[in-house]
Write a new protein. Structure first.
Length: 276
């Protein structure tokens, strides 16, 4: 799609250097551009703005997601310099800011999978809940209680606004701004029937807190980044890793590849029932 959109403004050689895709979030496009093509980023932005609908802004992502708030640096290259938009997914509406709070449209399938697994009456601890995507999609159709925790105050603010945007939910969501480990220690010990660990780059660091939050017999969804020489091996690598690091009795009940994040580097999720 990206190369097709830019076929008239880049040479064949330049087009071959492009990354294969871009993210469209509401009416905002976020694109990564190799260093060799940065002098043409404005041309690339204008071409995308004309060819992709609906779109009002095109941003060049100039950094990886990083820091405790999981944010990225963006540079406007076409259209309006406004990083806030509305995004719709599975019948839910979300106010997002693509620069000030973590958000990825590439987790859509995983959000639906988790929502389908949730049972009525469950208490869910979403340790790194961001603007509330996983939490709201689950609570839309299931009578559950979700604690949506995030360290980023702006993400928590957006979560509260998104709860108001989605009034017809069967479940309830409580947005908490704070450090997940501290929040669990202070008020959520052994509360969760299901705990989400949506911080794959630091999953081992917070595993003890996830276990503390989860009832004996409850389920932890453990997201991590794993290296594997073969794509088909990455989930088993993740399962083996969890069993090696878990300090409690653990039964693997599921797992899947969420997405590739680099050469032979994958984001995976393992679903684990723990006994304490």
């Amino acid at each position: 799609m990206l190369k097709k959109a830019l076929g008239n403004v880049l040479s064949e050689q330049e087009a071959s250097e492009l990354y294969s895709a871009f993210d469209q979030i509401g009416d905002i496009i976020v694109v990564r551009i190799p260093d060799s093509l940065l002098p043409k980023r404005k041309i690339i932005g204008e071409a995308l703005l004309e060819s992709v609908h609906p779109a009002r802004s095109v941003f060049y992502q100039s950094s990886d997601v990083s820091g405790d708030y999981r944010t990225r640096k963006l540079e406007i290259i076409a259209g309006q310099d406004d990083t806030e938009t509305e995004y719709k997914e599975y019948g839910c509406r979300f106010k997002v800011d693509v620069e000030k709070a973590f958000f990825s449209p590439r987790l859509s399938t995983e959000r639906k999978r988790i929502a389908d697994l949730v049972q009525n009456g469950e208490v869910i601890i979403n340790m790194f809940g961001g603007v509330g995507m996983f939490s709201i999609i689950a609570a839309k159709t299931k009578n559950c209680l979700v604690y949506n925790i995030d360290l980023n105050p702006y993400a928590s603010k957006l979560c509260e606004e998104n709860i108001k945007l989605n009034k017809k939910m069967k479940g309830k969501i409580i947005s908490i701004n704070g450090d997940a480990a501290q929040v669990v220690k202070e008020c959520l010990q052994d509360k969760g029937d299901r705990t989400l660990m949506l911080l794959p780059e630091r999953s081992d660091e917070f595993l003890d807190s996830a276990i503390l939050a989860t009832k004996s017999g409850g389920i932890i969804h453990y997201y991590s980044h794993q290296h594997a020489d073969k794509r088909q091996d990455c989930v088993q690598v993740s399962k083996n890793h969890f069993l090696n690091v878990s300090p409690v009795q653990s039964e693997i009940i599921g797992g899947r590849l969420v997405r590739a994040v680099g050469p032979r580097f994958y984001q995976t999720v393992v679903d684990v029932r723990i006994t304490k």
